[in-house]
Design a protein around this ligand. Structure first.
Ligand code: PHE
Length: 452
């Protein structure tokens, strides 16, 4: 018997699913992570590879992940075991769900720390701390923040509690409203910032940096990082989108909803880049300076623009909300598992996950100060957790999703769940999922470890 809905409830409409999935996808990944890693990896060529990964690997895998979620209608772990049983496959597929739970938990640990930076910037912007600052001033402000573990820990704690409160109460109530009104507002703010960058920044230089590919700058590792960013920004490969798919009604079109989410997410990332790089170049800053990039370039813009106090405050509030709607989806896979299999209540499950993730986040807090000298393969604790999750666990999860839906489920079950009206579209998607995505991921992995 096909389940018509999940025990955790169902979205009140297809629009709500789109909003929730967009809320999960759009977050620090688009506005903080995308510009800084594109800057570190030389711009143009990196951005091109990222866009190709979004289109040829990310979109098809998103459809497959939603499809699995809607068919299974449980936590990712139980969904994978029960679908595998249904198709007569090994229970080993449940391990994929486990990998997702672990990845989500690891990402959440540092995501909360960075979202804490954004929280602290809400108050800096609101109290007019940026006003009149020059480049050195904004740089000193950022360095002062990350050098202070106690302050970082305090903000990390606040953000983790915010996430906990929403997840403990059940995701759907607050999320719908937050995403419906605040996401469009975030988009508007970004458009305004791009306008400012056009007027006051070195816009052409920014454009050239983002869109003129220079492949000599692109190492095998850069290609892996670009692919990792595609997974990270779309929330793919760890069960978040699978869970949201499990609340989706059986009538909604998976293809159309996925395309909308991917389009919105990509738009936000590109706008963020277009806003930030022109400001970076005009101020003589380095695009490759790392995780502080937006926390230095944007305050500089707010310091100088008319109405900067208001715009700055609104912007950082919206950034926090965007991070919030993503962090709750990072926590969901672990929480639904604990509720379904361990008989825990939502409140205690969410508390357990939040506390453990908070503890691990202390490692990230210290990565920017006391532990900054301790590195593994040239990466701090934060760098290593980020690398392991985005560049290895998420693409590996995506690969398994592609193999499961593309090769292990029968074409009949896949086609009936997807219900694409146009056969050409179905065939194209199926081809991308079976061949292009898995082979692409494998080639990128092999290239990164210099095998090819
Ligand atoms: N997509 C989110 C962002 O861009 C991060 C995220 C990754 C959320 C994986 C859920 C799962 O910020």
């Amino acid at each position: 018997m096909r389940k018509e809905s999940s025990i955790h409830g169902q979205w009140s409409s297809k629009l709500v699913f789109i909003l929730a999935a967009t809320g999960s996808a759009v977050g620090l990944g688009n506005i903080w992570r995308f510009p800084y890693i594109a800057g570190e990896h030389g711009g143009g060529a990196f951005v091109l590879v990222y866009l190709l990964c979004i289109l040829l690997i990310g979109l098809p895998i998103m459809m497959a992940e939603i499809l699995i979620g809607r068919r299974g209608r449980q936590s990712p772990i139980n969904t994978m075991t029960s679908l595998a049983r249904e198709e007569g496959l090994s229970r080993g597929w449940g391990l994929m769900g486990w990998m997702g739970v672990v990845a989500g938990f690891l990402i959440l640990s540092y995501y909360s720390v960075i979202a804490g930076w954004a929280l602290s910037y809400v108050f800096r912007a609101g109290t007019g701390s940026f006003v009149g600052l020059d480049v050195q001033g904004v740089q000193a402000m950022f360095e002062g923040l990350v050098a202070d573990p106690e302050r970082l820990l305090a903000w990390h704690t606040v953000f983790m509690c915010m996430t906990l409160i929403v997840v403990a109460r059940g995701v759907r109530s607050g999320l719908e409203q937050a995403v419906k009104f605040l996401m469009p507002l975030l988009l508007l703010m970004l458009v305004l910032l791009v306008g400012y960058a056009m007027a006051e920044g070195h816009f052409m230089e920014g454009l050239r940096f983002m869109f003129t590919p220079d492949f000599s700058k692109l190492s095998g590792n850069s290609v892996l990082v670009a692919m990792g960013q595609a997974f990270f920004t779309l929330s793919l490969g760890m069960g978040a989108i699978m869970i949201y798919g499990s609340y989706l009604s059986s009538r909604a079109s998976i293809a159309r909803t996925s395309a909308t989410v991917v389009g919105a997410d990509t738009l936000v990332a590109i706008l963020a880049g277009l806003a930030i790089f022109p400001i970076v170049f005009a101020a003589g800053l380095e695009p490759s300076q790392g995780p502080g990039l937006i926390f230095i370039s944007l305050p500089l813009a707010f310091a100088q623009m008319p109405g900067g106090v208001l715009f700055g405050t609104v912007f950082f509030v919206l950034l926090v909300v965007a991070a919030w709607t993503s962090s709750i989806s990072l926590m969901e896979p672990a929480v639904t598992y604990l509720v379904e299999n361990r008989g825990m209540t939502r409140v205690s499950a969410a508390t357990l996950v939040a506390v453990l993730s908070w503890l691990l986040g202390i490692g990230t807090v210290l990565s920017f100060n006391h532990w900054s000298g301790y590195t593994l393969f040239d990466m701090t604790f934060f760098g290593a957790v980020d690398y392991l999750t985005s560049n290895i666990l998420l693409p590996l999860g995506g690969l398994l999703i592609a193999l499961f839906v593309g090769w292990r489920m029968t074409e009949r079950s896949v086609a009936s769940e997807l219900d694409v009206q146009r056969p050409v579209l179905f065939r194209t998607w199926y081809y991308l999922l079976r061949f292009v995505a898995p082979i692409g991921i494998l080639l990128v992995f092999l290239r990164a470890i210099n095998v090819i």
